[in-house]
Write a protein that binds this ligand. Sequence first.
Ligand code: PLP
Length: 419
Amino acid sequence: MSAPHVQTPANGTPALDVARLREDFPVLHQQVNGKPLVYLDNAATAQKPAAVIEAISRYYREDNSNVHRGVHTLSERATAAYEGARETLREFLNAASTKEIIFTRGTTEAINLVAQAWGRANLGPGDEVLITHMEHHSNIVPWQLVCEQTGATLRVAPINARGEVEMDEFERLLGERTKLVAVGHVSNALGTINPVARMIELAHAHDALALVDGAQAMPHMAVDVRALGADFYALSGHKMFGPTGIGVLYGCEALLAAMPPWQGGGDMIKAVSFDGTVYSDLPYKFEAGTPHIAGAIGLAAAVDYLAGVGREAIAAYEADLLAYTEARLGEIEGLRLIGTAENKAAVASFVLDGVHAHDLGTIVDHHGVAIRAGHHCAMPVMEFFGVAATARASLAFYNTREEIDALVAALHEAREIFG
Ligand code: PLP
C-alpha cells in the first residue's frame, strides 16, 4: 500500500500530493515582504515537518534527561529514545550494526572525525588523500589540516565544463600512495551527482578507503551504505528535514574499532584512572560528552517522515521540477547555468549578465523568494567557472512549478532594473 500522499498513476511512476505535503511544513505558510514565501534555499537547510518539531518538543516536555548514566525513569526513557534513533538511522542507511552509527554535529564534524582519528593514525609522508575539485570546504579543509599534520599530500581530481569529475583523471590519480578517497555524493554548488559507487570501487581496487560526503544526497535519494560499499558516509540532519546540530558518521565497524578516539570526555570511557583510560565500545568511543539527544530524536522523526513520503517518489518529482526550473531559467536572457551535469540533483546554480548574485538574491527576496547567493562554501568551484559567486535555487519535494514561476518573474524584474 502506498503512503496517503503518494498517488500511483497508471504509468506506474509515483506522483506526490505536494499540496497535502506542504501542509506538514508550518514555516511554508507565511508571507515574506508581502508575498507568499517561496523557499528555494533547501541545500543550505531544509524546512522541518511538524512531526519533527513535535518529536523534539515532546522529548523536552516529557522525557528530558541525560542518557546512559541515569537509573531513573526519565533517563531510561531518554536513553531508549536516543538509542532508538540510532536504530532508525541504521535501518535507513542499511548499515549492518548500530555500532556503525556515530552521532555527530553534522557532516563537517563527521569528516573532521575521520580526518583526525583515522588520518592521524594512518597517514604519513608519501601517503595521499584524493578529493575532487567540486568538494564543499568541509571535505577539503579537514584533509588539508591532517595532511599538514602528518606530511601526507592532498590530490585533487579535476572537473569538466559541465561540472562532472573527469573520471579518467580520477583513475589516473589513484595509485599505491592513495590511502583514502573523499568525495561528495552530490555537489551543493552544482547539483552534480557523482558516480560514487564506481569511485568507491576504484578506491578499493587501489587498496584505498572511501569516504562519501552525503550531506546533499540524503534529502534527494535513497542511500544504502552497504550497496555503495562506502567505508565512511557523512550526513547532516538539517539538510534532510531534521534539526540543526545533529548528523551521522557511518563507519565500517572494523575500521571504527581500529581507530583511536578523537575527543575525550564522559561517555566515551569504561574506566579512567591516572594510570590510563579504557575506552568505551562502539559507537560510544566516538561520542564524548552529553550528545544532542533531542537532535537525534528529531532526526529519527525526519527519517520516518522521509521514508513515509517515499524516496523514489521524491526523486521522480524533483527530477521533473528540476527540468521545469532549468527550462524556465533558460528563457531569461543573459542567464548562464553553472553546473549542467548529465546526472543532477535538484540544484540550479546560475549567473545573470550584469547583475551580481547578491543583488539577485536581494531583489528576489523582495518578492518573497529565498535563494542563496555566494560561493556556497565551494570557492574552488567558483574559481573553476571564473565567477565570484552564483545565485542558487535548491529545491525540495514541497516546491512547486508555481514557485519556480515566481522566481522567474522576480529574475525578469532584476534583469529590467539592471538592464
Ligand atoms: N558537504 C556538502 C556537500 C554540503 O553542502 C554541506 C553544507 O552545505 C556540508 C558538507 C557541511 O554540512 P554541515 O554544515 O551541516 O556540517
